[in-house]
Write a protein that binds this ligand. Structure first.
Ligand code: NAD
Length: 500
């Protein structure tokens, strides 16, 4: 059954994973669905049941989509609309997304193994809010008049960049789609989205709803498939003006080389992290901060770019904090992500599961002390890993340096503020950080000293739609997601000079 024909009912949400009849594929103007396509199976990572088939696109699809996107951009069918008309179309889309919120939540749950409770409470509401926020921004973009000599008039105006490709990761499928597509489309660009091969379903459904809402088909295309087959041709295409990428630092780096080898297209990268959580001994109470520390480390099974995977804690409170963390983890239920009480689902796929397990082995071999978890549950296909804590980690260890992207927390202790800052900054990444202290002056000093794109004080947060999100150092390049900063990066600046 095609997703487009599906009307979700509440009771279906928890059954969808068993249906085995969904199909997702390229959505490119003038290319109808036909049975003649190469496809791969998309699996439910919890029990490895086949959810359905996803079209495996290639360079020819990229070329078709770019041609359509370019024609649409130049025709003004989307870019040339009155801002109020673009806004209205996006608001129609928001209404349809809201109507289909449960369905989208269910799709991300079965496709990525994300707990349904979080998909319903966080991922999809934030996805919808992202579209609503950028729709609202469309008719609030102003240019400037430069302070030139009175005989001249110089206007500084903003224009859409042109054709933008969005290359996406699997960990927050709907939300990452929104973070890229919403501002790029709102700014008037023609957008080509490429979901991660593991998680194409919610993107497919959202693009269908976009067309239903009145977004022109040429202004938004979807190409499903693998990185080498679709991501690389997008990166190398000479008629794409900009690529916005979220994923690993390794692949992000490739997009810079693709740009250098082709047309010097703009590149924005949101990449990996190894974010510190710094806990000082003056916190009011370890009980109060424990849930935030655990969320930072284990939310979304640690498959989170801003995962607070390094706990840097003052030596005098380490034991008491760890005791509370271990006790509270008893409440984190492992299992089928379609169960609303589950907070730890499976790793997204077998290759990734094996990679996370190898990190556990390496940590043990290098002398880290396993104090919590470390086991694999035999539920489903056996890919749920217990939330795991290693103590006595040192900066030389792999676990301190490398992004695991799984539920694994590395603990290291410190004695002085200076040492804590040094440890926090001892990373090639700089995406996010949390610090916990009751001393406001220390909060100012340390938040300033930590090299990260987002620093949360006495909490774990990525901010919200109004605040830019992105990384220092090798966590990012060239821009930010969220906030008006993201909107602005999908626009370019032109000077128009009038001489008297
Ligand atoms: P990934 O880099 O493997 O894949 C990301 C995308 O790139 C996918 O669509 C994939 O198909 C494509 N791709 C893979 N190889 C390619 C190639 N050779 N050429 C072109 N495209 C290619 O990342 P992932 O495993 O999907 O996601 C996990 C990573 O994403 C983690 O490192 C995580 O930290 C990062 N991430 C960062 C943020 C952020 O905002 N900074 C948010 C979410 C995830």
């Amino acid at each position: 059954m095609l997703l487009s024909n599906r009307k979700m009912l509440k009771e279906d949400v928890f059954q969808l994973g068993r249906k085995q009849q969904l199909y997702a594929g390229a959505l490119i103007k003038n290319q109808g669905l036909n049975s003649d396509f190469t496809a791969f199976e998309t699996l439910n990572p919890f029990d490895h049941s086949v959810i359905g088939k996803v079209q495996s696109c290639d360079e020819s699809h990229v070329n078709d989509a770019v041609k359509v996107a370019r024609e649409t951009f130049e025709s003004g069918e989307w870019a040339g609309l009155h801002p109020a008309e673009r806004k209205a179309a996006m608001q129609n889309w928001v209404a349809l997304l809201t109507e289909h919120a449960e369905e989208l939540a269910a799709l991300d749950c079965i496709d990525a193994g994300k707990p349904i409770a979080e998909c319903l409470a966080t991922d999809i509401p934030e996805t919808i809010q992202t579209f609503a926020w950028y729709a609202e921004a469309i008719d609030k973009v102003f240019g400037k008049v430069a302070p030139t000599h009175g005989d001249n008039l110089a206007l500084v105006v903003k224009e859409a960049v042109g054709v933008v490709a969005a290359v996406l990761p699997w960990n927050f499928p709907a939300l990452m789609f929104a973070w890229k597509v919403a501002p790029a489309l709102a700014a008037g660009n023609s957008v080509i989205a490429k979901p991660a091969e593991q998680t194409s379903l919610s993107a497919y459904r959202m693009v269908q709803l976009a067309y239903q809402a009145g977004i022109p088909e040429g202004a938004l295309s979807l190409i499903t498939g693998f990185g080498e087959d679709v991501g690389k041709p997008l990166g190398l295409h000479n008629d794409i003006d900009m690529v916005s990428f979220t994923g690993s630092t390794e692949v992000g780096r490739l997009f810079l080389t693709y740009a250098a080898q082709s047309n010097l297209k703009g590149v924005v990268l949101e990449c990996g992290g190894k974010s510190p959580q710094v806990v000082f001994d003056d916190v009011y109470s370890v009980e109060e901060i424990a849930d935030d520390v655990l969320s930072a480390a284990f939310w979304n099974m640690g498959e989170n770019c801003s995962c607070g995977s390094r706990l840097i804690v003052h030596q005098d409170i380490k034991e008491s904090l760890l005791a509370v963390l271990k006790r509270r983890l008893q409440d984190w239920k492992l299992g089928d992500p379609q169960d609303p009480d589950v907070s730890i689902g499976p790793m997204v796929e077998e290759v990734h599961f094996d990679r996370v397990l190898s990190h556990l082995e390496i940590a043990k071999q290098e002398g880290a002390q396993l104090i919590q978890g470390g086991k694999v549950s035999d539920l489903g296909a056996g890919m749920c890993i217990e939330p795991t804590i290693f103590d006595e980690v040192t900066p030389e260890m792999t676990l301190f340096k490398q992004e695991v992207f799984g539920p694994v927390l590395a603990v290291v202790s410190f004695a002085t503020e200076e040492e804590a800052i040094k440890l926090a900054n001892d990373s090639e990444y700089g995406l996010a950080a949390s610090l916990y202290t009751a001393d406001i002056r220390r909060a100012h000093r340390v938040s300033k000293a930590i090299k990260a794109g987002t620093v949360s004080v006495n909490c774990f947060s990525e901010g919200d739609i109004s605040t830019p999100f992105g990384g220092y150092k090798m966590s990012g390049f060239g821009g930010r997601d969220n906030g008006l900063e993201a909107f602005d990066q999908y626009l370019q600046t032109k000077t128009v000079w009038y001489a008297n």
